[in-house]
Design a protein around this ligand. Sequence first.
Ligand code: M6R
Length: 603
Amino acid sequence: MCGIVGYLGTKERVGLLLEGLKELEYRGYDSAGLALLGEGAPLQVFKTSGKISALEHLVQGVRTQGLGVGIAHTRWATHGKPTQENAHPHVYQHSALVHNGIIENYALLKAQLEQKGHLFSSQTDSEVVVHLFEDMLETTPANNVDQALQVFKNTIAQLEGAYAILLISARFPTCIFYAKNHSPLILATGKEGVYFASAQNALVGHAQQMVRLGEGSVGVLDWQHPIDLNRLGVVQPIAQDCQQSSKEGFSTFMEKEIYEQPKVLSLLGRLCGDRVCLELPEGFLEGISCISISACGTSYHAGLVGKYLIESLARVRVQVELASEYRYANPATQEGELFIAISQSGESADTLEALRLAKALGLKTLSLCNTQNSSMAGMADALLLTHAGLERSVASTKAFASQVLVLWLLALQLAQERHALYPNTLQVQMQALQGSLQAMQEGLEWQSQVRTLSAQILERDLKGYFFMGRGVFYPLALEGALKLKEIAYVHAQGYASAEMKHGPIALADSSLLSTTLLPQHLLFAKNLSNVEELRARDSLIFALSPIKLEEATFQIQTRAYDHYMPEFFHMLVILQLFALEMAQLKGLDVDKPRNLAKSVTVE
Ligand code: M6R
């Protein structure tokens, strides 16, 4: 959460910082700000609530010259409302600071500083750090950068929690102090200076080489002293193709990414003749006794689909846990257990920590990531990239489809290696895999009908939306509900169809819409009974099924396929389009929904 950019050098800094922030806007976009300092130039701070476009407007005409430093921030609020006061940088008398993460002991530190007479101007946890630094500088005056660094280190030592911090001070106008603990921060170099950022895409076109700062890194960049990246970590080139893409004629990134699904989900390279050949280390899947999957949000839903596929195809027991729960659950492990972390971004704090815990518990680990240079990608014993391409919309679409596909391939490879499937069953699965790509393409054809239905549904002014399915269609129902609430801001809930009668059906009446997934090839009759039960209580039914349903208030009569997995991918696209159309009809910001961020790097 939150995006940070920093620069020390001779380039014009306002444009550079804004450019970097725009690339990081997916990390939070409720307020933004920047601070500038230079040789002979005073500390200047600009900040505002709203998106980066508002900051851009605020700094119109502001330009820097000569050597100096700049730090910038785009915020996703944790402590305090998204106001101008709570926007970063936070400033005290001569210093300014940007922070990503959460300072857990801020209340205690703040109370101690207030007793000493410090007056705070925000409700944030972050502001305490700049006060603490200046307070310590008062008691331990620093006459040079080395001494100031020691004071900064003492400041950081007081903090508990997660942080990526950049601090500049008018007393040391060509220095940036930095600290990193469990929040991402990279340090990079280019011809005309040194750069910091939360992610490398902020630095494309400026920096050439970077290191991911290690946990507990604290230091200072000083223009007087050349930097040696090799001393700080593994030096990597900045991937020059990782910047945000354009909408390419689509109205939103979400729509573009939904349409990209059939293209990006190519199986090429992972099918060798009639066998699956994932790029895993030799013997990696041998001796696996059970699997634990951990993830958040949409990636968690993909993990649930993976459980059904792996258990039914490879006959290996799988448990799926929300990463935020796994990390504090004191999990019991088993000999031969494989731990799989799933994450589009590879940066979700909860999933990262779950993976760390699994490693510490001695489990064999595998990351399923969409982002090659992410923190998670390099952490596990093995990596499977989902190859969905950069996903820019906050609501995840193509990443989910690619995660399910890779989990399906993993289930098949496991099944192959354990001889769990007859050759003809494997053949049927291969055909279903190929058919699923086509089914997604065909799912796109429903967009205009989905729009018409969405308009009719919105006219009803409903109080709630249920999504129901069985087997792999249960996590698909969860995902359909999550998409709708994320971007259309309505109360939507996913259920396993048969659970309805154990409680939720109490809500059924004519102001409830139950979107029901009734594939032809998985428990059709059972699902139909659950639809009848809801209809008997006046709930409106939105059915997705290839079979015509008299009971449905609304129906998309989906295409018929000869396996339930193509049906799954076909319905996935329709559910994504449903959320998209509902949000667009309500005139909402589809790509940047309120209160959310693309990459959730706090607990
Ligand atoms: O990058 P990750 O896959 O780890 O992200 C996990 C969730 O934050 C993410 O899937 C979130 O639920 C999406 N906004 C869903 O559309």
